[in-house]
Write a protein that binds this ligand. Structure first.
Ligand code: DGY
Length: 327
């Protein structure tokens, strides 16, 4: 009898997901849910054909070369910048991610974070909790309007379009966006969305939301030069990936009042946060929870499980990143 494939599950996931994997594979879970070091991950991958991973485990040439038996790396996240996809493809290792299932949840969070920055939620709550609220004032914690303002979106994929829908249809916002490729007219029309070049996006946005995938070419896509082109009354929201924004430059702009406020869910060196950001009142800071609702996290893990089962049982995985491996 051919031995069952073995799979490693890099983080603690829902019990039903492990149970489904166990119907097909020998499964090694991570019940302590501790983030493994590179060496620990490599040690545990010995003899494994499949890995169910997150956006946190570095899947690089050294790891792949140490485990030539590995056939599939299935991520429960949509982002896969932790994976050297070319190296996987060259070695015939399938990579899958979890697009689609987190779009609306992440768009909800992105929109809420943008509103929280514009309307100074965190600052207002800290003010109240500190006991400093003792009277009504005409300018108390006055923020910036969201309704009717210009919403700029950098990266108009699924999540970018879902945020644009919220802005255009729910809040009467004017939507402009910059993306490598322009959307078809049929997608732009219901939102009256307008493709603009990056310089125009920076200059015209009242609220700029970053939703582009991280690639080395996107590192510091928003740095000091880009921030200096934005309106001093504008907000910047990053729900994409750390590293797309130069956090030190952003902190300097916020401190100097060259940008009204920011909302951040991701950071250059997360979970470490640039120390200056932690001291500023005009930035709302979240711990990378864009897709974190229970239903969506279950759907993300479920998607990775579907992919892993298909990949190691000869079926067609639903969401491959490098489908060329399948042929
Ligand atoms: C994703 O799915 O890429 C989210 O950022 C979670 O890491």
């Amino acid at each position: 009898m051919t031995p069952r494939p073995s799979v490693l599950v890099a983080r603690a996931v829902f019990p039903e997901a492990v149970a489904r994997l166990r119907e097909h594979f020998d499964v090694v879970p991570n019940p302590d849910d501790r983030e493994w070091s590179r060496d620990e991950l490599s040690g545990r991958l010995q003899g494994m054909q499949g890995l169910l991973a997150t956006a946190g485990e570095p899947i690089d040439v050294a790891l792949l070369d140490a485990h030539p038996q590995l056939r599939a790396v299935c991520l429960m996240t949509v982002g896969y910048n932790n994976v050297d996809v070319d190296a996987c493809t060259a070695r015939g290792v399938l990579v899958t991610n979890a697009p689609g299932v987190l779009t609306e949840t992440t768009a909800d969070l992105g929109f809420a974070l943008m509103m929280a920055a514009a309307r100074r939620f965190s600052e207002a709550e800290r003010f109240l909790r500190s006991g400093a609220w003792n009277e009504w004032r005409v300018d108390l914690l006055a923020g910036r309007d969201v309704h009717g303002a210009t919403l700029g979106i950098l990266g108009m994929g699924r999540i970018g379009q879902a945020i644009a829908r919220r802005g255009a249809l729910g809040f009467g916002m004017k939507v402009i966006y910059h993306n490598r490729s322009r959307l078809p007219a049929a997608a732009e029309a219901p939102l009256a969305a307008r493709w603009v070049d990056k310089a125009t996006l920076l200059a015209e946005s009242d609220h700029l939301v970053l939703v582009l995938p991280y690639t080395p070419a996107n590192r510091h896509a928003i740095g000091a030069a880009e921030l200096s082109r934005m309106k001093p009354t504008a907000t910047l929201t990053n729900i994409a990936r750390g590293g797309i924004v130069d956090d030190a430059a952003l902190a300097a702009a916020l401190r100097a009042g060259r940008l009204f406020a920011a909302g951040l869910d991701v950071y250059e060196n997360e979970p470490a946060v640039h120390p200056e950001l932690l001291t500023l009142p005009n930035v709302v800071l979240l711990p990378h929870i864009g897709s974190a609702t229970e239903a969506t996290r279950r759907a993300m893990v479920g998607c990775a499980v579907d992919n892993l089962i298909a990949a190691l049982t000869g079926a067609v995985p639903p969401t491959p990143v490098n489908p060329q491996v399948l042929s």
